[in-house]
Structures are given as structure tokens and as C-alpha cells.
Ligand binder design. Structure first.
Ligand SMILES: NC(=O)c1ccc[n+]([C@@H]2O[C@H](COP(=O)([O-])OP(=O)(O)OC[C@H]3O[C@@H](n4cnc5c(N)ncnc54)[C@H](OP(=O)(O)O)[C@@H]3O)[C@@H](O)[C@H]2O)c1
Length: 300
């Protein structure tokens, strides 16, 4: 089977490609950088410019697409960057859709990375995939637009899997390293009251779920989070315990983040307790269902 990955040079993409190659899939990837075209061994790089809806090769022999590409949300949310964050996700899909229509009627599935930012900030709700609305903020807007564009493939009879990723824990990048380092150097502290729910997932299980939905052709929306979310204070306390470091600093009050980050404070303060029940019912078995095991693995 031939799988095309966008965003393959990123945190999740790099690990995904390794895993797919190990499973003997044929893998190609799209990148905007010509100098990255040969950067992944045993993998065919394809240049694309999603903003121009351009891709160098056709998807003619591709069976499955995994769309991970997107400009980071960890940048200022000014007008220019908001457009970049949204366009980088949606224009990639439009490029693929245009190409698929023209050249690849055989495409069997598209798997699209969305995020639990689709859900509102609500400490009292456990969010399932059928939650009826999107968050009323920029992340809600981006995920809604992204998911609607992904569903356009259905009208061409291409099944769509939308994976709403939680906070991906990896020792190679992303949000985990700065949190872990701050605890390690004795400056770790909670954001706000620390009671917000964090729906985390170990990167191994992210890769596992992507592989699972491809192998078993599971379509629809799936929360991609571990089955045991924790409150933020528990996340910090668990890291501190495993690193054998004290956690002594007081919490940083919410108003500090709201003043400094504005709307972006939602990234640190929002409470989202997200359910993994649907993917488990489909038969996926987590390698790291509990935070303690996940952190021990990451700190090895
Ligand atoms: N990591 C997390 O905790 C997390 C949580 C929720 C959702 N997600 C979503 O999962 C996906 C993958 O995450 P990641 O952490 O692996 O991301 P990442 O490390 O930031 O990599 C994203 C990739 O997207 C491509 N990209 C960057 N800017 C772009 C732009 N302006 N236009 C088109 N492509 C662009 C880059 O590929 P090239 O430079 O090769 O083109 C890059 O390798 C993203 O869509 C992200 O929003 C991640």
C-alpha cells in the first residue's frame, strides 16, 4: 500500500513515517522545502506549494493520504498569522482534493489531523466526538474549517478519518519538553489554578491510532487522547515525582496569561476533558493509557 504524508518533516510526521516504513508500506511525503525532498531515507519527497494549490506529482498511485501539515499555533495570533495557521491546513486539503479529482479516483482514504481545540473550555463536560458545536474561539474556527474541508472528500467517495489530537507528549519536541525542563530546573509551576483538564497522549499512541485507522479503515471523527486525562497540577506533580524534583513555586495567576497572551491564553488555561471511549470501542489498545507510565517512558 502506498501512503502519502503531508507534514512528514514535523514532530508527529517524522515518527509516523518511520513506523510506516517499518511496516513495509511504500511512503511518499509532501514538503514546501526543496532542500528537504531527500531528507527522509527510503521515502519519496514531493514538492508542493499548498497556497498556490500546487503539487509536483499526481496522487495517481497513492492509496491513503495522511494530512498533518499546518503552521504551528504557538505563534502570535495576529491577523497575518491567523490566516497562515488556517490557510496552511485548509489549502493543503484543497490542493489534495483538486489533484485527487483529476488524477486519483482510486484513493481509498484520507486521515486528517485536527485537534481537541475543537471543544470549548468547560471543566464539567466530558467531550465525546458527537459534541454538537465547536469552541467559540480561534481554535474552534480553525478546526471547524479544517474538518469541513476534509469532509469534502466524502462527496467524491473517499472515506475520511478526522483525528482530534490532544496534547502530544514526546521527548523530541512539542509542548512536553519546556514543561519537563521547567520542572527539572526547579521553575515549574501551574498555569491559573492548575485544575484545568489536560487531555494528553503519548506520541507512540498517536502513531498507533493513525496506523490503526488505516489498517482497519476506520472512518469518522476520533478523539486521539489517552483514556485518562489529568488536571494540569497532576501533570506537573507527576513529572516532578518522576524527576525527583520539588515543585515549590506558586501558581501563575490566569490574569498574567490573559494580559500577556490575550486570546492565546486558551492554549494554557482551557479545560478539556476528552473521552477516548470511541477509539477504544473500535478495538484500539493504548500502550500508554496512564500518565505515570508515559512520563517514565519519556524521561528514560
Ligand atoms: N503536536 C501536538 O501536540 C498537536 C496537538 C494537536 C494537533 N496537532 C496537529 O497535528 C499536526 C502535526 O503536528 P506536529 O506537532 O507534527 O506539527 P509540526 O512539528 O509543527 O510540523 C508541521 C509540518 O507542517 C508543515 N508546515 C509548517 N508550516 C506550514 C505552512 N505554513 N504551510 C504548509 N505546511 C506547513 C511543515 O512541513 P514542511 O516544512 O516540510 O512543508 C511541518 O513539518 C498539525 O496540524 C497540528 O496542528 C498537533
Amino acid at each position: 500500500m502506498h501512503i502519502l504524508v503531508t507534514g512528514a518533516t514535523g514532530l508527529i510526521g517524522r515518527q509516523l513515517v518511520k513506523s510506516l516504513l517499518l511496516q513495509q508500506y511504500q511512503v511518499s511525503f509532501c514538503t514546501r522545502s526543496k532542500n528537504k525532498l531527500n531528507s527522509i531515507a527510503n521515502c519519496n519527497g514531493i514538492y508542493w506549494d499548498p497556497n498556490a494549490l500546487h503539487i509536483d506529482n499526481s496522487l495517481q498511485n497513492v492509496d491513503v493520504v495522511v494530512h498533518l501539515a499546518g503552521s504551528t499555533i504557538m505563534q502570535a495570533w495576529n491577523h497575518k498569522n491567523r490566516k497562515r495557521i488556517l490557510d496552511s491546513r485548509v489549502n493543503g486539503l484543497r490542493t489534495l482534493l483538486k489533484n485527487q479529482k483529476e488524477f486519483a479516483p482510486q484513493l481509498q482514504q484520507i486521515v486528517v489531523a485536527s485537534a481537541i481545540g475543537a471543544y470549548p473550555d468547560d471543566a464539567n463536560c466530558v467531550f465525546e466526538e458527537d459534541y454538537p458545536s465547536y469552541a467559540n474561539n480561534f481554535l474552534g474556527e480553525v478546526t471547524q474549517e479544517l474538518e469541513q474541508n476534509a469532509l469534502a472528500f466524502r462527496s467524491l467517495n473517499v472515506p475520511v478519518s478526522i483525528l482530534r489530537f490532544g496534547l502530544v507528549l514526546s521527548k523530541n519536541g512539542g509542548a512536553y519538553l519546556p514543561i519537563s525542563k521547567s520542572v527539572q530546573f526547579g521553575v515549574g509551576s501551574c498555569f491559573g489554578d492548575g485544575q484545568q483538564w489536560q487531555s494528553w497522549i503519548h506520541i507512540t499512541d498517536v502513531i498507533g491510532i493513525i496506523g490503526f485507522v488505516i489498517e482497519h479503515r476506520k472512518n469518522g471523527v476520533f478523539n486521539t487522547v489517552a483514556p485518562n486525562p489529568v488536571r494540569q497540577i497532576t501533570l506537573l506533580q507527576t513529572i516532578a515525582r518522576i524527576l525527583k524534583k520539588p515543585l515549590w513555586l506558586p501558581n501563575i495567576p490566569s490574569f498574567v496569561f490573559k494580559t500577556v497572551l490575550g486570546e492565546r491564553a486558551v492554549l494554557l488555561l482551557a479545560s478539556q476533558q476528552v473521552s477516548a471511549r470511541k477509539i477504544q470501542k473500535e478495538g484500539f489498545s493504548f500502550q500508554f493509557p496512564n500518565l505515570e507510565q508515559a512520563i517514565v517512558d519519556l524521561e528514560q
